[in-house]
Design a protein around this ligand. Structure first.
Ligand code: NAD
Length: 427
């Protein structure tokens, strides 16, 4: 099939690359010409496991021109849907993509929204296309909403082996085209109406965010009662009704999806006159969780002024260079406000963080340089590199004080080497 993706970020690029790998003729469109020329040069504009290798294997075209829409069987809209200041989603990229489709669509094409959008948005996309093109939905073009559930860091394998594919369809003809595109997928494929598909994506993220926030709250209580949240949640997760996933307590969730998506659905509910109290609490718990790191640090070190402190791990999770809403940024800001000197290290996200802080913080070349001579080291991302590091390195610190925000280390082992505090560890 001829597939076009509008937007070549995390979702658009992975969608395009994976469908190309499955034998489709894929063109990626983006307004960012730097991204486009990187892709055409065989480089990857994002860090994602296995993506470099996949790009070498497939044949894919990338362009800033919308002309390939005219010839496409399916056009995916995978542009960003960032938050407005009030938490609602900003639909300007979606609308401009819809206008571009309206101007370029020629034959029957199934327009498919893959971006995460609040219920009602996909209908608006089709209205824009009808207005700009003069074509009629159902007759001249098809419409689907096909939410994406991939996780950054595991994006390719998540895309190729999802738990389910959800296809919100305007009509059977539209859905049949996507069914054909996904025919080699072995997971359940659920067909539904468009608003239900839009809602399924939000509720999935709200649910996962709720599991994390609840685990974080349990962690804070475990510290007070002298127990370990890891053991508590292990016992809880063995219950099949709950499942063991997303029960890892830590310094809070970040990334481009959970914070934005929970806020967007809260904002939608409020606009419709409903008070989503439980969802609001998920956000409140998460907003303050990164500051537990400072609280734990201050348990051992009252005054942070003039102290040399390293922050290890900047990406919101391992396997990505994405720092959107990363808890590490809140921790760095708080340390700077306390007058501490901050050094940072991350295997992938240094350049993104440099763009925010410039020379306000020190960017260490490696783990050794980051921790040497420091008064405390805080861990904010559970990179494999940290899990495998030689803990005797902490001896090079001025004061070997470690605050573990991701439960990277075995408390029993590390406590022999350093002063150790960790989220949810009350023993
Ligand atoms: P991103 O910011 O990485 O990529 C979006 C791309 O769209 C950018 O490259 C931008 O230049 C491009 N763009 C914007 N307007 C355009 C236009 N009119 N024409 C062509 N290109 C345009 O965003 P992302 O992380 O890929 O997210 C895309 C959507 O998918 C969002 O709605 C997000 O919520 C959702 N989503 C993201 C993830 C994830 O893990 N990142 C997972 C599931 C769903």
């Amino acid at each position: 099939m001829k597939v076009v993706t509008i937007g070549s970020g995390y979702v658009g690029l992975i969608t395009g690359a994976c469908f190309a790998d499955l034998g489709n003729d894929v063109t990626l469109i983006d307004i960012d010409d730097k991204k486009i020329s990187m892709i055409n040069n065989g480089e990857t504009p994002i860090h994602e496991n296995g993506l470099k290798e996949l790009m070498k294997k497939i044949n894919i075209t990338a362009t800033t021109s919308y002309n390939p829409i005219a010839d496409a069987d399916v056009v995916f809209i995978a542009v960003g849907t960032p938050s407005n200041d009030d938490g609602s989603i900003d639909l300007k990229y979606i609308r401009s993509a819809a206008e571009a489709i309206g101007k370029h669509i020629e034959k029957y094409t199934v327009i498919t929204v893959k971006s995460t959008v609040i219920p009602g948005t996909t209908d608006e996309v089709s209205e824009i296309i009808e207005k700009v093109s003069g074509k009629k939905l159902g007759q001249d073009f098809g419409l689907c909403m096909n939410p994406e559930f991939l996780r950054e860091g595991n994006a390719i394998s998540d895309f190729m082996n999802p738990d389910r594919v959800v296809i919100g369809q305007h009509d059977d003809r539209s859905g049949e085209v996507l069914k054909e595109l996904y025919k080699s997928f072995e997971c359940p494929v659920m067909f539904t109406d468009i608003r239900t598909a839009e809602m399924i994506k939000y509720v999935s993220n709200v649910f996962l965010a709720a599991k994390v926030s609840l685990s974080n709250e349990v962690a804070n209580i475990c510290e007070l009662i002298g127990s370990d949240v890891r053991d508590v949640m292990k016992g809880v997760g063995l219950d099949r009704r709950i499942s063991p996933y997303f029960l890892n307590a830590g310094a809070g969730f970040g990334g481009s999806c959970f914070p934005k998506d929970v806020m967007a659905i809260i904002s939608l509910a409020e606009k419709m006159g409903y008070e989503p109290g439980m969802m609001k609490h998920i956000v409140r718990t998460n907003d303050v969780q990164p500051f537990r790191m400072i609280k734990l640090l201050k348990k051992r070190m009252r005054d942070l002024e003039g102290r040399d402190i390293s922050v290890m791990g900047l990406a919101f999770k391992p396997g990505t260079d994405d720092i959107r809403e990363a808890p590490a940024l809140k921790v760095i800001n708080s340390l700077l406000e306390h007058g501490a000197n901050v050094a940072v290290y991350d295997p992938e996200a240094m350049e993104n963080v440099r763009q925010i802080y410039g020379d306000k913080i020190i960017f260490a070349e490696n783990i050794e340089k980051a921790i040497e001579g420091k008064d405390a080291t805080l861990f904010l991302t559970e990179w494999k590199e940290f899990k495998e590091m030689d803990i005797s390195l902490f001896k090079t610190m001025r004061r070997p004080l470690v605050v573990d925000g991701r439960r990277i280390f075995d408390p029993e082992l590390i406590k022999k080497e350093v002063e150790y505090e960790a989220i949810g560890y009350g023993r």
